[in-house]
Design a binder for this molecule. Structure first.
Ligand SMILES: Cc1cc2nc3c(=O)[nH]c(=O)nc-3n(C[C@H](O)[C@H](O)[C@H](O)COP(=O)(O)O)c2cc1C
Length: 359
């Protein structure tokens, strides 16, 4: 079905196509089931991570549904989890358009959206209105553009207070390239106090309640130097983070062919795959399975997802592949992954995690 719809959507400016699709899926979430193929994950793919049971490892990456308007549709596509956001404390319009570009010859996108979103309070209301949890929901947190880095921790802390009780996991996003100065927060001297503040705020919000606290993950850029990454991961682990997402989009421009290759912003999709996998592998060498890693970047097929898992990822997310391949890519990856695990004799997905992570 998507093979008919894609040429029509690709006639439109990418952001118009994006809004049209999102609006349609928010009004008619059942359309996702019609576009996708049913996902019947084998027991081999099941994992319990933190306090959550995942029927399979594939989720929707942050940024596609920043305001959480189409969550039932993501479950309908077959995703086991969907990450909404990046959300900022106050609503903000993002950067001027055009700010999203297709690079079809490269299987890539470049975006400089700049965290356009309706703010934390609106997202909270939307998540509260969901009749049920159709899949696990991660909430990706960012700071407002006009909040100076010196006060960034206040923005993240405020978002934790607003959203911790409606999120299944939280993500500290300090790796988007389109908010000036945001990536400076990845410096250890900046990030450690920020993470400690978020963790403290989460415990304060949860109090003595019986509900488990949402795990807090940190999403990292693929553009960190290897030494910095190792040092950062070790100290974040010690500070008590519950996991990592690797990676966000890249500022690198490796051998691109498409007309928009020179646009400013973050590059996602196929050209990011190898570097994102290398970051997963490096993180796994530090963490050794003590906390889960979500692998993200250039996953278009079951083989790509398997590569991330063998490098050390427990879960895998996609964004760009959904634009190019449509919702049926979800069932294709989930089914193909099970075949690959069976081919290589792994009794469970978990047993394959990190199997190719040796230094
Ligand atoms: C248009 C667009 C917007 C994005 N917005 C966000 C965002 O708001 N927050 C975030 O953490 N990542 C954002 N991302 C990054 C994705 O979550 C993901 O890390 C990246 O695209 C790599 O995965 P992919 O190659 O499967 O697309 C965005 C990506 C795209 C293409």
């Amino acid at each position: 079905m998507y093979t008919w719809i894609r040429p029509l959507l690709f006639q439109l400016d990418p952001e118009t196509a994006h809004h049209l699709t999102l609006a349609s899926l928010s009004v008619v979430p059942g359309a996702a089931r019609w576009l996708a193929r049913p996902v019947q994950p084998s027991p081999r793919l099941r994992q319990r991570l933190w306090h959550l049971d995942f029927p399979h490892p594939l989720g929707l990456a942050a940024g596609l549904d920043k305001d959480g308007v189409a969550i039932p549709a993501w479950a309908g596509c077959g995703f086991a989890f969907a990450e909404v956001g990046t959300v900022t404390p106050r609503p903000q319009p993002g950067n001027p358009r055009p700010r999203l570009f297709r690079l079809p010859a490269d299987g890539a996108l470049i975006n400089r959206m700049g965290f356009n979103n309706r703010g934390g309070a609106a997202l909270r209301q939307r998540l509260l209105k969901l009749p049920a949890r159709p899949c696990w929901i991660g909430v990706n947190l960012g700071k407002n553009k006009d909040t100076p880095n010196a006060q960034a921790a206040d923005d993240y802390a405020q978002l934790v207070r607003t959203l911790a009780d409606v999120a299944d996991y939280l993500v500290i996003n300090v790796s988007s390239p389109n908010t000036p100065g945001l990536r400076d927060l990845q410096a250890q001297s900046e990030l450690l106090p920020l993470v400690r503040r978020v963790l403290a705020e989460r415990s304060a919000v949860a109090g003595p309640s019986a509900r488990p606290q949402p795990p807090v993950l940190v999403k990292l850029a693929p553009d960190l130097a290897d030494d910095d990454l190792t040092e950062l991961a070790a100290s974040l682990l010690q500070a008590g983070v519950d996991g990592f997402i690797a990676t966000n989009t890249t500022l690198a421009r490796p051998r691109l062919q498409s007309a928009h290759a020179g646009e400013a912003g973050g590059l996602s999709g196929r050209p990011l795959r190898a570097r994102a996998t290398a970051v997963v592998r490096q993180l796994y060498q530090v963490t050794r399975g003590r906390v889960p890693i979500i692998g993200c970047g250039g996953v278009f097929s079951a083989a790509d997802a398997y590569e991330k898992i063998c490098a050390g990822a427990n879960l895998v997310q996609i964004y760009t592949a959904l634009i190019y391949r449509g919702p049926q890519v979800v069932s294709e990856i989930v089914r193909g992954l099970d075949d690959l695990l069976a081919r290589d004799g792994w009794p469970s997905l978990q047993s394959a995690v990190g199997s190719q992570a040796q230094a």
